[in-house]
Structures are given as C-alpha cells and as structure tokens.
Design a protein around this ligand. Structure first.
Ligand code: PMP
Length: 407
C-alpha cells in the first residue's frame, strides 16, 4: 500500500498545501494528522503528540474545543455559504471593534495574506501614494508587494522573494531592518512624501520570536504621523493572542490599520483588516478601492470565530501568559541542565528558541543561530511525542488546553 506521503507527493506540489509543512526546514518525512483534542494530536500512524504548533497559532483554545465544534455544527446545519450578508458577520465585526479600540470598521476576508494585501492596497488608494515600507524578517503573507527578500544594509529596494514576482511588483516596496529606527527614519528623510504605509509585525514571529526594542514601534508610528503615511500593524499572529486588544494595547500603539487572522477564525479560514473609519470607507462599495470575496465572512468561519472570542476573557489571557512563562522557564532549565547554549525568547504569550550564544534582536542575528541543532532538537522531541514547529524560524504556541503537566 502506498503511504499517504507518497500519494500526496504524486498529486500535490512537494506533497503539501503550504511549504513549511513539508519538513524541508528540519529534514525527514512529515506525518499526517488524523485528529486533535485540546493540546494533543493523533497522527494517522496512531502516535499521540503534544502539539505546540496549534495550527500556527489559530487554535488558541486547543483542538476540537466544544464551543467551536458546536457553533460550527449548528452553523453548518443552516447552510455553509450564502454570499448574502449574515448576522454572524455583524456580530463578529462588532466583537472585533469592541475589543480593539483603533479598529472602528473592519472587513472580513479568508486569510492573513488577503488581509495584508488588501490593507496595502487600501493604504495606497487612500493616500494616493505608492511606496510601502516593510521590515526584513517580517512576513505578511505571500502577496506580491510584500514578498520581498530581506536586505542587509540600511534599506533594500525591489528584490523579489520568489520566482514569479516581477521586479515591478516590488519596485515600490522598501525593506528596512526590523528594530532599526534610525534606518526607518533615514528612509522617511529621503522619500517620506511618497510613503503610503509602513507595515510591521509588532513582534517578529516569523523568524523565531523577536520582541520589539523599546521605542521602536512607537518611533515608527510617529514617523508615519509626521509624514502622512499610514501605520499598519500586522497582528495576524499577535491579535487576540497576546491580549484581547492585541499587541497594540500592550505596546500603547494606535495604528491606522490593523490586520488580524488566526485566532479570530477559531481555526476556520477567516481573517480581517480594519482601522480608522475614514480610511476603511475608501473601500468599495463605499469608496474607490476595490476588494471582494465569494466566501468572505463565511457563516461557519464567523460562528467559529465568535465562539473562540467568547472564551477569551481577561482570565484566559492571564492563564495563557502564565503557561507561556512556565514553558519559557522549563525550556531554559532543560537547556541549562543539558549544557546547551540557547535563547528562549518570549514576547508576551509567544515563544521562540534560538541556539545562539546571545539574545536575538534582528533578522541578521536570527539567521546566524545554529539551525542544525534546532533540527536535532525537533526530531528528538518528536521521538518523545512532542511536536514543535518544523522550522527554526517559527514560534511555539501554547494553547489554553495545555495543562501544567503537559508543560
Ligand atoms: N501576517 C503574519 C504576521 C503572519 O504570520 C502570517 C502567516 N503566518 C500572515 C500574515 C499570512 O497569513 P495566512 O497564512 O493566513 O495567509
């Protein structure tokens, strides 16, 4: 009998529907998941694994949470998609607007990529400017304009990060080192009047976990204000993960636009972008910036999202933070006991591991960490029934379902 992996490779490029799942980052063959329950998953080979990926942060309640299962079942019984407004869309939009003060209006989409892509188009349409500034090491999905290779040096213009992205598509994207306010300021000095938006992850969570340096995010926000550019905070990872009001509340920021995903869909395909009402009203049909979607605000996804947000009160975030701190402490103990030099970096409720002599504050430093050691660590954990991200440039996600024993 052919293995699932053999079958998958025959009919799907690289055997997977999203590259990192292929284990290319750690070597070996990926497993297939059959089902999940709370913090745990069971593979199609019958192995039980403690899951620290949790659908890349989407499953904050853990797998198959009863509230989400029941909400989705009830929604499905009423019909899976209409392409006509539903009450659930209004309920979820209201819940987001109520939770995140900078978001006055919000539009629901299907993925984080769509959210960031649409936010950039909106910023360009609203400001009438073309240039977008992003930071190296920050990932904002696979839209052309944001899929730009990170640059060394102060700022790099227009280097596509993938085959198939024409140089013209990224010619108006400027890449600046994350956590480097001076470099950002220099770009504004030179081209401030052309900059439509700066987009940034408040915590760089796609190169391990790099917290923002004090003053960096606020400094970027101030530069945007001074030069009439929009400040776009990509909270696809951090939104409803570090706090109900996102990283922007913890870091005291007031972005013009925010992108959300993962947690707000309760594990179904749902994401959003929102912000200032005057900016959001530039979207069609209210305004001239076109954006649309057959499945946007899908009724199963809004039901799951509402169920998830319904579980996330202050106590939940206190609990999640406590668990993340426990995991951080335990990991540091394990490495110390083993005599392995590692940096366990926690930003609020998100954790990254670098096999590095010194703390990692930039993408350049992240790339210097010992990747071979991460691979060994990954496989050693997997053999012991613990699943962490199959790539050294990802983070560990604790869910509310992880027990102290699990940790
Ligand atoms: N922004 C950030 C910060 C992300 O981490 C991701 C994906 N991990 C995206 C955008 C893209 O989201 P999606 O994979 O849903 O397209």
């Amino acid at each position: 009998m052919t293995s699932l992996w053999g079958r998958a490779q025959r009919v799907t490029p690289g055997g997977v529907n999203s590259p990192v799942r292929s284990f290319a980052g750690v070597g070996g063959e990926p497993f297939f998941v059959a089902e999940g329950d709370g913090a745990w998953i069971r593979t199609t080979d019958g192995q039980r694994l403690l899951d620290y990926v949790q659908s890349w942060g989407a499953s904050i309640l853990g797998h198959a949470h009863p509230s989400i299962v029941s909400a989705v079942q009830q929604a499905a019984a009423r019909g899976t998609s209409f392409g006509i407004p539903t009450e659930g869309e209004v309920d979820l939009a209201e819940a987001i607007v109520a939770a995140v003060p900078s978001v006055q209006k919000v539009r629901l989409v299907n993925s984080g990529t769509e959210a960031t892509m649409s936010a950039v188009r909106l910023a360009r349409g609203f400001t009438g400017r073309d240039l977008v500034v992003k930071f190296d090491g920050c990932y904002h999905g696979h839209g052309d304009a944001l899929l730009v290779a990170s640059g060394s040096g102060v700022a790099t213009f227009g280097l596509p990060g993938s085959a198939g992205v024409p140089p013209a598509a990224v010619a108006d994207t400027c890449v600046v080192p994350f956590n480097d306010l001076d470099a950002t300021s220099a770009v504004f000095d030179e081209r401030g009047a052309q900059i439509a938006a700066v987009i940034v992850e408040p915590v760089a969570a796609n190169v391990g976990c790099i917290p923002p340096q004090p003053g960096f995010l606020d400094g970027v926000q101030q530069l945007c204000r001074r030069h009439g550019a929009l400040f776009v905070l990509d909270e696809v990872v951090t939104g409803f993960r570090v706090d109900r009001a996102g990283a922007q509340s913890l870091y005291d920021l007031d972005p013009d636009l925010t992108t959300l995903g993962k947690v707000i869909g309760g594990g179904l395909p749902l994401a959003a972008f929102g912000g200032r009402a005057d900016v959001m009203d530039a979207l069609a049909p209210a305004g001239p910036v076109y954006q649309a979607g057959t499945l946007s605000g899908n009724s199963l996804a809004t039901a799951a999202g509402l169920a998830a947000l319904g579980e996330l009160d202050d106590a939940a975030y206190r609990g999640l933070r406590g668990k993340a701190m426990e995991l951080e402490t335990r990991l540091a103990e394990v490495f110390a006991t083993a005599g392995v030099t590692a940096q366990v970096q926690r930003a609020e409720t998100i954790i990254g591991i670098y096999f590095s002599e010194t703390p990692v504050t930039t993408y350049a430093e992240a790339k210097r960490a010992d990747v071979a050691l991460y691979r060994r660590f990954f496989h050693a954990l997997l053999r012991r029934g613990v699943y962490i991200a199959p790539s050294p440039y990802e983070v560990l996600f604790v869910s509310l379902a992880h027990t102290w024993d699990d940790l």
